[in-house]
Design a protein around this ligand. Structure first.
Ligand SMILES: Cc1ncc(COP(=O)(O)O)c(C=O)c1O
Length: 379
């Protein structure tokens, strides 16, 4: 380069140069060790994993000199038995995060379009942009679920992938089987339909459908994404999986994924987590109870929480969500704004332990009262 290029060096693709600098979320490691912080901003599971998981990791720790089993055979067989999807159509990722990116890599090039709900998990749009695709945003329904008809209507001749997420963060709304069916039927066969069910276990507990079951009758390409990061509490181990509608879809993902992406400790931990149904049931029951307490607490503060089938609750605050977040952080409570210009006042709070619920409601009450006081004094 003879002249300084303000947009960055030419070895960085234009799509990557156009992205804003990386700014991750606040993490517990940002605080002095030992400080009690209520981390309700990442939709993590507040409960430790099943003791079977801890034992399985300990038992496998002595063999980590060997590379992991590439197809994760034992885990794939266990998931196949539960889902009816054959092991040849199950592909694992370093979290479902990675699988989202792989889907974009196999399907998207410059000039293509990807349809995504808005707001939703930001990774779909981010990966689409990195691959040079244009992102078409489809507003979620007022109650917070993805809009099947809207997603179908947004598909055009350049669309290669449609992402859908149910239950959807940050809103919490869930599609019913009929809506998923409309989406499956309305998406052309040569467009890959990717349904992200990161919050699947919570959604089922709340009476929701199984997207893989619904999509089974679709002729065209489809994939359903799930993860061990949420209800199973294995976020740090990074194990996600794709249930693919055909060997063609699974084969494409397998061709490009990094060979040893899921560790052996992740594989044994996920297998052990699947075996402890009582532990999962307790997590889901506790989450449903605390979700209700959280929503009730928000209602008492004058907010209108959106119906949620996941491990978080959202509501519109009477102030900028970013200020609400900052004020709560001063009170040692971490929550998240919706990060969407169309919803500047919406906040999302992860369902935590009972004392997290008490802490966030008390702190939120304090923030809202402090904001109301000068307004009342002026009136
Ligand atoms: C909708 C959705 N999809 C995918 C993920 C990524 O999960 P992981 O990469 O931990 O499996 C998340 C994490 O918050 C999510 O909310």
């Amino acid at each position: 380069m003879t002249q300084a290029d303000p947009a960055g060096p030419s070895w960085i693709t234009a799509a990557v140069r156009a992205l804003p600098p990386y700014k991750g979320p606040t993490q517990l490691a940002d605080f002095p060790s030992g400080s009690r912080i209520h981390a309700l901003h990442l939709n993590e599971c507040p409960y430790p994993p099943s003791p079977r998981v801890v034992a399985a990791i300990a038992a496998a720790a002595g063999q980590i000199n060997r590379y992991p089993d590439i197809p994760a055979r034992a885990l794939a067989a266990a998931l196949a038995a539960r889902t009816g999807v054959p092991p040849s159509c199950i592909v694992f990722g370093t979290g479902s995060d990675e699988l989202i990116h792989l889907i974009c890599e196999v399907a998207l090039r410059g000039g293509d379009r990807v349809v995504v709900p808005a707001p939703t998990f930001p990774r779909y749009a981010m990966s689409g942009r990195i691959l040079g695709a244009e992102v078409t945003r489809v507003r979620i329904e007022a109650a917070g679920a993805n809009d099947a008809a809207g997603l179908v209507a947004a598909i055009d001749g350049r669309t290669r992938v449609v992402f859908c997420c149910t239950p959807n963060p940050p809103s919490g709304g869930m599609m019913d089987a009929a809506a998923l069916e409309r989406l499956a039927r309305g998406t052309p066969d040569d467009v890959l339909l990717a349904v992200d069910e990161a919050y699947y276990e919570f959604g089922r507990h709340a009476g929701g459908p199984d997207a893989a079951e619904v999509l089974r009758s679709r002729r065209g390409a489809w994939v359903v994404l799930r993860t061990f990061s949420k209800a199973y509490g294995l976020a740090a181990l990074r194990v996600g999986y794709a249930l693919c509608g055909s060997e063609e879809v699974a084969g494409a993902l397998r061709k490009i994924k990094l060979q040893y992406n899921v560790t052996s400790l992740g594989q044994v931990a996920a297998l052990a987590a699947l075996s402890d149904e009582a532990h999962l049931r307790t997590t889901l029951d506790n989450t449903a109870r605390e979700r209700q307490r959280l929503a009730d607490g928000m209602t008492r503060l004058g907010l209108k929480p959106l119906p949620s089938a996941a491990n978080f609750v959202s509501a519109e605050a009477p102030m900028a969500a970013s200020s609400c977040m900052t004020e709560l952080q001063k009170r040692r409570v971490l929550i998240r704004d919706w990060r969407d210009p169309d919803y500047p006042n919406h906040i999302r709070v992860t369902v935590g332990l009972p004392d997290d619920t008490d802490a966030v409601i008390a702190a939120l009450g304090g923030v809202l009262a402090a904001r109301a006081a000068p307004l009342q004094a002026r009136a």
